[in-house]
Design a protein around this ligand. Structure first.
Ligand code: PMM
Length: 292
């Protein structure tokens, strides 16, 4: 395996300093301020609990905290923007004040994204890749926030109803290349864009596995790559763990492998265990590979 192209030293441009990328894989810790997320639904719905959770993840070594106020689990319904802002803005403000991790907001609504950046977020994590709100590309450009573009087929309400692709790896890559082009046209800096294959979003087990195996192929588009596979159901299918909270070891395994295959950032619920696993993985992957 060649050293992944994505692990070269570079920066993601953000409103403040920017985020250094390189051989060390960055960890994005998940802070869901929702009553119904698949993985931790309701656990951190209260503001104080969500802030406490974010601070604990930062303490455990998260580089980024991803704060979300709308569940995107399969079958879920959209949350009104006002309600989403009531959930996420106080949490973002508190985390930005009390810890040094970069804050990202998991939203596809431009209005929520703009308010979140004003509250201290520096990255917009848009699971619709600019498809959910016509104003999102302009908002990302104007705020100068980092922008995660994620692939999803369909929408959360219906996405797991028999997703089909010709060549899933090529289709996801082409989709993300096209959406990155749309962001660039709107004035987003190329160095602000991160690409994510969207594990579990309109994908079968086989689709997810093919996308993870080919993270390096996605990385060759030239943007940093994010992998979010934490506790997802394909891990349950492979390990025989029906409960999301019991999928820790499968999650650690897939993110270590993803890091070796080219992910620059991994989005997870359990930071401490993965931090140690990645320290080992990154040290090995930083070595020269011999070719005879
Ligand atoms: N997965 C979830 C939510 N947001 N954002 C990105 N960029 N990538 C993901 O894979 C992703 C995401 C669903 O998981 P959660 O409900 O446990 O947060």
């Amino acid at each position: 395996m060649n050293r992944p192209v994505s692990k070269q030293a570079r920066k993601i441009l953000l409103p403040a300093d920017g985020l250094e990328l390189g051989p060390r894989t960055l960890i994005m810790g998940v802070v869901n301020v929702t009553p119904d997320s698949f993985s931790d639904g309701g656990l951190f719905y209260e503001e104080a609990q969500a802030v406490e959770q974010g601070l604990a993840l930062a303490e455990a070594g998260a580089d980024i905290l991803d704060v979300g106020g709308e569940s995107t689990r399969p079958g879920s319904e959209p949350t009104p923007a006002n309600e989403e802002m009531d959930r996420v803005l106080p949490v973002i403000e508190a985390l930005a004040r009390h810890c040094s991790a970069v804050i990202s907001v998991d939203t596809y609504k431009a209005q929520v994204a703009r308010a979140a950046v004003e509250a201290g977020a520096q990255i917009i994590n848009d699971i619709t890749s600019l498809g959910g709100d016509p104003d999102m590309a302009r908002t990302a450009a104007q705020t100068k926030a980092g922008l995660v573009l994620m692939h999803m087929k369909g929408e959360p309400r219906t996405m797991q109803a028999d997703p089909t692709y010709g060549d899933v790896v090529a289709e996801v890559r082409d989709f993300l290349a096209q959406r990155a082009g749309k962001a660039l046209e709107a004035g987003v800096a190329p160095e602000a864009i991160v690409l994510d294959p969207g594990i579990g979003f309109g994908k079968t087990l086989e689709h997810n596995l093919a996308l993870i195996r080919n993270l390096g192929y996605l990385a060759r588009l030239g943007h940093p790559v994010l992998l979010g596979a934490s506790r997802k159901s394909f891990i349950g299918a492979l390990t025989g763990r029906p409960t999301p909270g019991e999928r820790l070891w499968g999650s650690v395994g897939v993110h270590v492998l993803g890091a070796a295959l080219g992910a620059d950032i991994v989005r997870v619920h359990d930071v401490a265990h993965l931090k140690e696993a990645l320290a080992v993985c990154d040290a090995v992957m930083a070595q020269e590979e011999h070719h005879d």
